[in-house]
Design a protein around this ligand. Structure first.
Ligand SMILES: C[S@@+](CC[C@H](N)C(=O)[O-])C[C@H]1O[C@@H](n2cnc3c(N)ncnc32)[C@H](O)[C@@H]1O
Length: 282
């Protein structure tokens, strides 16, 4: 079907550098996750973080919602997947990270995993500290796209029976971000967590241009038999901060293993997707 569409870039396209064919293919609401696999040479630093996302998935977001030479902000950059994607796609990147160790790893990752000439062609900045304070240092309208996977509500601390956590523990890898009170992942109450996260993203979005996109990659989860629609709750919160919900795509993680949660007593899903929440600044 896409072959019928002209391949050139439409001169009216002010959003990205995709041809019409590429644009239409990205408009399909289910994306397949393309991870590296734990054994890949470039996964060594990524593995040191408990909740990274794949830079190849972020690169798709970057290509769809910005043009080469523009600036991408990740207010929760972890070990720098967004900045690696930005560098490889010829965009400038700014990342905030609370923990000095992750911030250091993000810088190291850029050096080790992006060819030097490619890295030099753009500006990648890792700023260590609390996102809420760092956002104030950015100039208004200086950012073209915000993309992030925000901290998860206390869930990394709570999921003592979670298979992924058990596997990481068995390999001596960290299972939460850390103990800092400013870490949004350590907020105990879910409603408060959503409120603070919404406000933090709103603070970061002061730097985002009018009509710019904010893309959040988030997973829903179960905790103590309640199913939390994290994606819907944070999207609703952002509507109260001057954003409109443009789309909710599904990132299908088809490589994940299936566990017999609940079987044979109750239906408990293997959640094998993340949500790509696509919002636009009004
Ligand atoms: C889901 S992780 C992001 C991982 C990242 N996408 C990657 O691939 O490495 C969320 C990050 O937010 C950081 N974080 C939590 N609270 C923060 C705050 N107040 N300011 C800045 N970063 C914070 C955590 O340390 C964690 O690294």
């Amino acid at each position: 079907m896409f072959d019928e569409v002209k391949p050139e870039i439409d001169p009216r396209n002010s959003l990205n550098a995709l041809s019409s064919k590429e644009w239409l293919s990205e408009s399909v609401s289910v994306w397949n996750q393309r991870g590296l696999g734990a054994g890949h040479a470039e996964a060594a630093i990524e593995k040191l973080h408990p909740a990274p996302y794949s830079y190849t998935d972020v690169a798709r977001v970057v290509r769809m919602f910005s043009k080469p030479g523009q600036t991408v902000l990740d207010p929760f950059v972890g070990v720098g997947s967004t900045l690696k994607a930005a560098a490889l796609e010829g965009r400038n990147g700014i990342g905030f990270e609370l923990y000095p160790d992750f911030a250091k790893l993000a810088k190291l990752r850029l050096k080790q995993e992006v060819p030097a000439d490619v890295l030099e062609a753009s500006t990648q900045q890792v700023m260590q500290g609390d996102s809420r304070k760092l956002a104030k240092k950015l100039e208004k309208d200086s950012v073209d796209l915000i993309v992030t996977s925000p901290p998860y509500w206390s869930i990394l601390n709570k999921k003592s029976d979670h298979k992924q956590k058990q596997t990481r523990e068995a390999h001596g890898l960290v299972t939460n971000y850390g103990d800092d009170d400013r870490d949004l992942g350590n907020i105990e109450d879910y409603e408060e967590f959503i409120e603070v996260l919404g406000k933090t993203l709103a603070d970061a979005s002061v730097a985002l241009k009018h009509k710019g996109y904010m893309v959040l990659i988030v997973g829903d989860f179960r905790h103590k038999s309640r199913y939390y629609m994290f994606h819907a709750d944070i999207a609703r919160a952002m509507e109260g901060h001057g954003f409109t919900l443009q789309a909710m795509n599904v990132l299908y993680q088809r490589h994940k293993r299936v566990f017999p949660y609940g079987y044979p007593y109750a239906y408990v899903p293997n959640v094998h997707h993340q949500n790509i929440v696509i919002m636009r600044k009004l």
